[in-house]
Design a protein around this ligand. Structure first.
Ligand code: KG4
Ligand code: ZN
Length: 361
């Protein structure tokens, strides 16, 4: 009998549930996004996130089971994100998963969210018949983390570098907020960047003391702030904020109409520097480790410019990205990471705690 795992993810601002099968892969993946709630605040408001998770968790799990054609009785285990993330958000998924585990006598599996992001790639590549070779590198870049790992083999992680300040996605979100765009900032800046000339604005690259594989985005963010201040862009930014207040969702054409060419140039330059910051670390790490494969995951892996640059023959080994739906937070990646733990009998019990600062290595 194949194993059937219900995954639950609620670490930040997506309430997600999925059913994954050891034989047939992802059977369902349902994500309730809270973007509409947080958009006007320019970032995730933790209290609102917890409340939205409470509203969404029951219908999202029900839909994931329905779409998979599964019931609680057919499950082998329930897996849940135990950290890292916002503690109030994590607690909703964790409490729900514990209740399912206790009521249905199902094993409970705690999953590290970052390990989940890596498994999004592993499960998809397996389904496509492309087996990721080890040793591999994994870059997990999202709103909460920017971590570079070496994987000597599947399931073993060595941290090679991490951000010392903002995560890459956080830099996108903060710069978007600074310029008067909504949250999340990555998708809108990514869509606008090709409309600007990246050579028209000079922005700095980080200079790392110590571990050269660490990341830093605060200098870039400050350079963007100075660029804005030097131009007296208050009216332009206020106009965009007004547009944002008037509508829940704006198309790229509407944003383009509200963004002059000089600002598009700065966005293009910003996007280019972030992409290069990420890829230069991967260049160096690939050389040091002799990696046979590179995995890029997390919300920033949706970035079109990053995907293009990383897959244009720059690296001596294959580079794997998840499909966009599995790049951002989802529960299929949590259930996928739990499959191996299930077969090894790595179970948690009802004392499992939310760990806001959980690390992977
Ligand atoms: O993985 P994720 O859903 O949540 C966290 O674990 O943080 O990632 C969300 C982050 C946000 O910061 C968002 O701006 C960023 O991923 N993001 C992007 C793109 N799409 C989402 N960043 C750059 N380019 C994109 N296309
Ligand atoms: Zn994430």
């Amino acid at each position: 009998m194949p194993d059937l795992i219900l995954g639950i993810e609620s670490s930040c601002d997506e309430t997600a549930a999925a059913v994954v099968c050891s034989d047939r892969g992802i059977l369902s993946s349902v994500v309730a996004s809270q973007i509409a709630t947080h958009c006007k605040y320019g970032g995730v408001v933790p209290e609102l996130a917890s409340r939205e998770h409470l509203r969404a968790i029951v219908p999202v799990v029900r839909e994931a089971l329905e779409r998979a054609g599964a019931g609680f009785d057919s499950l082998s285990a329930v897996a849940v994100t135990e950290g890292p993330g916002l503690v109030g958000s994590l607690l909703v998924g964790l409490t729900f998963a514990k209740a399912v585990s206790a009521a249905r006598a199902l094993p409970l599996i705690g999953v590290n969210h970052i390990e989940g992001h890596i498994h999004a790639v592993l499960i998809e590549s397996r389904a496509a018949g492309a087996i990721v070779q080890f040793p591999a590198l994994a870059l997990v870049a999202s709103g909460g983390h920017t971590h570079l790992f070496e994987l000597p083999e599947e399931g073993r992680y060595r941290l090679m570098g991490k951000t010392r300040d903002d995560a890459a996605g956080e830099a996108f979100d903060k710069v978007a907020k600074l310029l008067g765009f909504g949250y999340p900032g990555g998708p809108v800046l990514d869509a606008l960047a090709p409309h600007g000339d990246a050579n028209a604005v000079r922005l700095p690259f980080s200079k790392m003391k110590g571990n050269a594989l660490d990341f830093s985005f605060s200098g870039l963010k400050t350079a963007m702030l100075r660029w804005v201040q030097a131009r007296g862009m208050d009216d332009e930014i206020a106009a965009r904020r007004a547009v944002l207040r008037s509508s829940e969702h704006l198309s790229i054409e509407e944003w383009l109409a509200a963004t002059p060419a000089t600002t598009l140039n700065a966005i293009a330059a910003f996007q280019r520097v972030v992409i290069e910051e990420l890829l230069r670390r991967l260049d160096r790490a690939a050389e040091e480790s002799g990696a046979q494969a590179i995995i890029v995951s997390g919300g920033v892996a949706c970035n079109q410019g990053l995907r293009r640059a990383a897959t244009a023959g720059r690296f001596p080994c294959p580079v794997y990205f998840p499909t966009p739906g599995l790049s951002t937070d989802n529960a299929a990646m949590i259930a996928a990471a739990a499959l191996g733990k299930f077969s090894r009998g790595e179970f948690a019990d009802l004392t499992l705690k939310a760990k806001a600062g959980l690390t992977l290595a």
